[in-house]
Design a protein around this ligand. Structure first.
Ligand code: HEM
Length: 382
């Protein structure tokens, strides 16, 4: 079979002069949805974007599986994470072969057994629920900050500094990508202060686990950045859906409702890698250096994989989803380090929540560094 060049792949209509950059910055969801439609119409599962360097987006289970399991070829170095100082370090930018060993060091601290020991602390940090109508997005933001402070630092990290550190992540680009040397230095000093205490006095919070590891404080900083707005957005959307569909606001209903929420609104809507060597994908030659993207958002809404993909139907989770189609936490060796932490925190919050009713809101997904609701999402506790 003669292989085609990447230029022959389908693409959304480019704009004269800047290709897809403007649409990527201003309205990336319609852009990638159009790309996926054109790829499907051409009988394929990959489309091209012109983002200043050769880029491809795939959405089929086969593409997801290849990108997420062929770690020596699909690398993080040079991916989007590199341009966001919050994420540019530690495990996030570590590639094979070092990545596997590093994950083996980190996984026990973020595993279910260790998290169980943090439960009393995170439960105690649960903020009250206002009696009057409140914005679930703003509430989730504050709640997740408190819960992460409890899980990582037993609540001892300066709350104002933690807020100042994490708030820019929720702002539109380029805010999260700006360098913040002074703020990062203050966070580094606070981490050092608390880590020294853990090293002398022990402890069982996440910092006590990370502090003795080489580079452990960088891992604490980077994972906190990966944790905050992903968990906030997931929790806010879950609260909104439970307020709109109160029949799912039961202990047995929370798991399928959260899965369905993350299928429709995965905070990690797009994952990026670079090709360390050329790849031939279904007859198309992708050169070394290509930006290779996968999209939990597109895969979670692919009409070829899901019945009524746009509908909120938690009952679909009575059956197993198609393999490599449901990736809100990524997959393979780079599966989200904080998956259990996020799920534990969110389920604990949902279990504490009184019955809710949706008052008014705008859940339109806004893709930034992570995908979140436009908001506000005003709900009322009954
Ligand atoms: C609902 C909340 C969360 C969602 C939806 C989410 C989503 C994701 C996704 C999709 C990836 C894979 C990215 C890729 O393949 O490029 C990832 C990786 C990662 N996540 Fe999360 N995440 C969440 C919460 C957290 C939390 C609480 C932490 C705190 C530890 C965390 C830390 C990380 C780290 C360190 C990685 C990189 C892992 C690696 O490369 O080995 N995340 N997350």
């Amino acid at each position: 079979m003669v292989s085609r060049s990447l230029r022959a792949l389908p693409e959304p209509d480019p704009k004269p002069g800047n290709g897809h950059l403007q649409d990527w910055a201003l309205a990336p969801l319609p852009l990638i949805e159009e790309g996926a439609r054109r790829a499907r119409a051409a009988g394929g599962d990959l489309f091209r974007l012109r983002l200043g360097l050769p880029a491809v987006v795939g959405f089929s289970p086969a593409w997801n599986r290849r990108l997420l399991t062929d770690l020596p070829t699909f690398v993080s170095a040079g991916s989007f994470s590199k341009i966001v100082p919050y994420l540019a370090g530690g495990i996030i930018l570590t590639d094979a072969p070092a990545h596997g060993e590093r994950r083996a060091d980190l996984n026990p601290g973020f595993g279910k057994r260790h998290l169980e020991r943090l439960r009393a602390r995170t439960d105690a940090a649960f903020p009250g629920v206002p009696a009057e109508p409140f914005d679930a997005l703003a509430w989730a933001d504050g709640a997740v900050l408190r819960l992460l402070n409890a899980a990582y630092f037993s609540g001892e990290f300066d709350a104002h500094l933690l807020h100042a550190f994490l708030a820019p992540l929720r702002r539109p680009f380029p805010v999260p990508a700006l360098p913040r040397p002074l703020l990062f230095a203050r966070v580094g000093t606070e981490l050092r202060r608390l880590a020294d205490r853990r090293l002398q006095e022990g402890g069982d919070d996440l910092l006590a686990f990370l502090a003795p590891l080489p580079g452990g404080l960088t891992e604490a900083r980077v994972s906190l950045a990966a944790a905050h707005d992903t968990t906030t957005h997931a929790l806010a959307y879950a609260l909104w859906h439970l307020a709109e569909h109160p029949e799912w606001h039961t202990i047995a209903g929370h798991a399928p409702a959260l899965k369905e929420t993350l299928r429709l609104f995965p905070p990690g809507w797009m994952g990026s890698r670079r090709l360390r060597r050329p790849v031939t994908w279904q007859g198309t030659e992708l050169p070394r250096g290509t930006l290779a993207l996968y999209s939990p958002y597109l895969s979670g809404r692919d009409p070829a994989l899901w019945e009524a993909p746009g509908a909120f139907r938690p009952e679909r989770w009575a059956a197993r989803p198609p393999a490599w189609a449901y990736l809100p936490f990524g997959g393979g060796e780079r599966l989200c380090l904080g998956m259990h932490l996020a799920q534990t925190l969110i389920h604990d919050v949902l279990a504490h929540m009184p019955p809710l009713r949706a008052v008014r809101g705008d859940p339109t997904p806004q893709p930034g560094l992570t995908l979140g609701p436009k908001g506000p999402l005003v709900v009322h506790s009954l």
